[in-house]
Design a protein around this ligand. Structure first.
Ligand code: SAM
Ligand code: SF4
Length: 371
């Protein structure tokens, strides 16, 4: 595979002569000297989610409207070299240890393998290479996988909400379940471990779908994680009273013949609470529950997010974001970019506040932020 170098000479870049505003809609109060990406509530972000595109080839009801969205204008998207530079800054200056590529659908980004290859050359000041993973709907992944593995990809999460082809098509508005399952098997065959499967449970169907998905995953040694639906898609698609909660899932799995261990493993900074499960005739395993709505884990969040158009979001639900694109394009040096990133993260809200009166969903939906 021919690779394009994403390295850009930055040491010779001049510092901009005019100060750009620090944040959209806010003023930084970060201390002058910071190490890494701490926030004022004592958390330190080490886990970077990079959205590589806002485009997608599915239209999951909870994420995008049927007609799609108005796509971000091409000139506002970061180039591969700009993404590469920000990844370098994140790993070499800001303490980022894990990078997850997402979207929209990250497989739609032409330069994905080149970006992964660049990321795999990066080292922290202590000499550590970042962990590199991908969250994808899986369409076309079986064909792209060899290149991505050669580029240095370590792990993949594939999203599948139902194993029933009609329901899958109703949820994603595309009849592509077979393609997704083929990709999932290709990930397993390629030896990437753990193979993770993400599923958003749908109120009408989860009592059937959740046990079926868990069975499928345990049989193949995949790690299934259910994600409570969050208010970050089309507003008419979210109603707190119809969210399938982690507790409803535990009940549905128990009713479906699974025994769930009492208590979950300590979660650390991972969003999924892992519970040991067993069932007759199946290998033992775990199920993950990401209960962002009913059991929020904001206090241990270690995430920082970069959007495809170059903004830092300190939280999926942050009311504001910080543009790095114009700073990059104005010729700022790495130190200035890193400082702006730190300022953005310093202002990370304590919690997402779904359950607070006056909660306002963010201006961007999930596919534009990067899930
Ligand atoms: N297109 C890729 C995919 O679907 O895996 C990557 C981007 S997608 C936004 C990332 C994850 O966010 C998926 O697992 C998807 O199910 C989840 N997601 C999207 N909208 C959501 C919502 N409103 N609530 C909870 N999870 C959501
Ligand atoms: Fe596309 Fe992923 Fe959103 Fe589904 S969840 S519409 S696959 S970005």
């Amino acid at each position: 595979m021919k690779r394009v170098s994403l390295e850009t000479p930055t040491s010779r870049r001049p510092t901009p002569t005019t100060a750009a505003p620090l944040t959209r809609g806010g003023r930084s109060t970060a201390p002058a000297a910071l190490t890494g990406l701490p926030d004022r509530h004592g958390r330190i972000a080490t886990d970077l989610r990079v959205s590589l595109t806002d485009h997608c080839n599915l239209r999951c009801t909870y994420c995008m409207p049927a007609e799609g969205l108005e796509w971000l204008p091409g000139e506002t998207l970061l180039s591969d070299a700009e993404v590469g530079r920000l990844l370098s800054i994140a790993v070499t200056r800001l303490g980022v240890t894990d990078i997850r590529f997402t979207g929209g659908e990250p497989l739609l980004r032409k330069g994905l393998a080149d970006i992964v290859a660049h990321a795999s050359t990066l080292r922290s000041p202590e000499g550590r290479r970042p962990g590199l993973s991908l969250t994808t709907n899986g369409l076309g992944l079986d064909r792209r996988l060899p290149d991505l593995i050669a580029a240095g990809l370590d792990r993949v999460n594939v999203s599948v909400d139902s194993l029933n082809p009609e329901r899958f098509a109703a949820i994603t508005r595309r009849d592509r379940l077979a393609d997704v399952l083929r990709s999932l098997d290709a990930v397993a065959a390629a030896g990437l471990r753990p193979v993770k499967v993400n599923a958003v449970p749908i109120a009408r169907w989860y009592r059937d779908d959740a046990p079926a998905l868990l069975r499928h995953c345990l049989e193949r040694g995949f790690e299934l994680r259910f994600i409570e639906q969050m208010p970050i898609g089309p507003p008419e698609e979210w109603d707190r009273s119809t969210v399938v909660t982690a507790q409803m899932l535990r009940d549905a799995l128990t009713d479906g013949g699974f025994t769930l261990a009492d208590g979950a493993q300590p979660r650390g900074s991972a969003p999924a609470e892992l519970t040991a499960v067993s069932a007759d005739g199946l290998p033992d395993g775990h199920v993950g529950l990401i209960a962002s709505v009913t059991e929020p884990f904001c206090g241990s969040c270690t995430r920082t997010r970069l959007t495809a158009d170059g903004s830092i979001r300190s939280c999926l639900f942050a009311a504001r974001e910080t543009d790095l694109r114009e700073l990059l394009r104005s010729g700022a040096d790495d130190e200035a970019v890193a400082r702006r990133w730190q300022e953005a993260m310093w202002g990370k809200p304590r919690r997402h506040g779904f359950d607070h009166e006056g909660f306002a969903a963010p201006g961007r939906t999930m596919s534009r932020i990067g899930g």
